[in-house]
Design a protein around this ligand. Structure first.
Ligand code: GLU
Length: 404
């Protein structure tokens, strides 16, 4: 190693951007800790406590020394079985527990899937606006993310014609995320079926991130690709977790469901990467997925009220347009009308949505994630999974800043 080279970090890590959602969240929390009254619409995490029966299961697990040990890498057998039963209940098709791998949050399920699937130069179609970590994880696996932007006029839902135009001989996979982060769109059953048939025809793996499955509004429902088109299950990886459904972001329990040989390969990787997910967290997740969905029904009602408030309030701000989000807990609004013009007490000018987000944080003390993080410049994402009072005050600050 030469004197110049020893401090150089790998190309792999230099090529990826930091997580924008976590960066906004960290910045907002740091400013808060400094005594600045910031309202955070950054990271999407429910503000509700984890339901009591789940916490009780974790407390009991802590007190039993049998849970102070490693578990099998792919997860506790009873948790894998419960996830299989939950999938049959919610998604409507049978899964063998051997197809399930329990991961350290849904994020690790996405990461490991891509590590197992992608060789250098392979392409992954990533419909945009996309969750900020997908393209970076594709790059970390040596692959090439191919972004396909679905416009607001399409309800942010891509067409198969658009996907096919992005397809090449190297297309290995497509990421489907409905209900979607960041747009809150819920893809209709026909689109889901069309994508499955197109993927089957062209031998493309489908990575279906279903983490927001239970958060839909205005009579929309999640269409499960593995139920809509059973023939696609041989090339389908379902990505999911307890974080959003049970307000368990900090417990870090996710999973993937894949063909058996694929699940075994993921388990091999995880055996070298992180071993098992915390035993106590797995016990908590077992209580969550074995129970009913009444806790999420309660949270969904609260989110629905906030959704209606935030959409109405954002649309009252001059030059802001917020399409109706029918899923997840994000409002994704177009702010191009605010760019290149003076706003706020200091007549500050933002030329990009990233600059606008920075100004809103500094001057209006509200944290939102800029569209650049999701492959869609000119937008801001507001997570509405926060307290009602803060939501109203935060959007009031945004409006006051625009109108100052
Ligand atoms: N998925 C959430 C978000 O987009 C959590 C933060 C993250 O891990 O990106 O805000």
């Amino acid at each position: 190693m030469t004197a110049q080279a020893w401090q150089t970090l790998s190309n792999r890590i230099q090529q990826v951007a930091p997580s924008a959602t976590l960066a906004v969240d960290t910045k907002a929390k740091t400013m808060k800790a400094e005594g600045i009254d910031i309202i955070g619409f950054g990271a999407g995490e429910p503000n509700f406590p984890t339901p009591g029966y789940i916490v009780d299961a974790a407390v009991a697990a802590c007190q039993d020394p049998k849970n102070h040990r490693y578990t099998p890498t792919a997860g506790l057998p009873e948790l894998r079985a419960a996830i299989a039963r939950k999938t049959e209940r919610d998604s409507g098709y049978a899964v063998d527990p051997a197809q399930v791998v329990v991961t350290n949050g849904g994020k690790q399920a996405v990461y490991e899937t891509l590590q197992v699937l992608i060789d250098p130069g392979d392409e992954v179609i990533v419909p945009a606006p996309y969750w900020t970590s997908y393209p970076e994880m594709v790059k970390l696996a040596g692959g090439k993310p191919i972004s396909v932007l679905a416009s607001v006029d399409q309800g942010f839902i891509p067409t198969v014609a658009q996907l096919d135009a992005a397809r090449s001989e190297r297309t290995k996979a497509i990421i489907v995320n409905s209900p979607s982060n960041p747009c809150g769109s819920v893809w209709d059953a026909k689109t889901i079926r069309d994508i499955a048939h197109w993927a089957i025809e062209h031998h493309i793996w489908i990575l279906s991130d279903e983490i927001y499955e239970h958060l839909t509004y205005d009579n929309t429902v999640t269409s499960y690709i593995g139920a809509e088109v059973p023939e696609c299950r041989e090339q389908l990886i379902v990505l999911n977790g307890v974080a959003k459904t049970f307000a368990m972001t900090g417990w870090r329990v996710g999973w993937l469901i894949a063909p058996r040989f694929f699940a075994q390969a993921v388990s091999k990787l995880q055996g070298h990467l992180s071993s098992n997910v915390s035993d106590v967290s797995q016990r908590a997740a077992l209580a969550a997925v074995s129970g009913d969905l009444s806790a999420v029904a309660h949270m969904r009602s609260a989110f629905d009220i906030r959704r209606q408030h935030i959409e109405a309030m954002l649309n009252e701000i001059p030059d802001v347009f917020c399409p109706n989000p029918t899923g997840a807990f994000y409002a994704f609004c177009n702010v191009t009308g605010l760019l290149n013009k003076p706003h706020g007490q200091h007549s500050s000018v933002a030329y990009t949505s990233a600059e606008l987000a920075a100004l809103l944080l500094e001057e209006a003390h509200i944290a939102a994630v800029p569209g650049e993080a999701f492959g869609a410049e000119g937008y801001l994402r507001f997570s509405y999974a926060l307290d009602d009072k803060d939501l109203i005050e935060g959007i009031r600050r945004f409006k006051a800043w625009v109108e100052a």
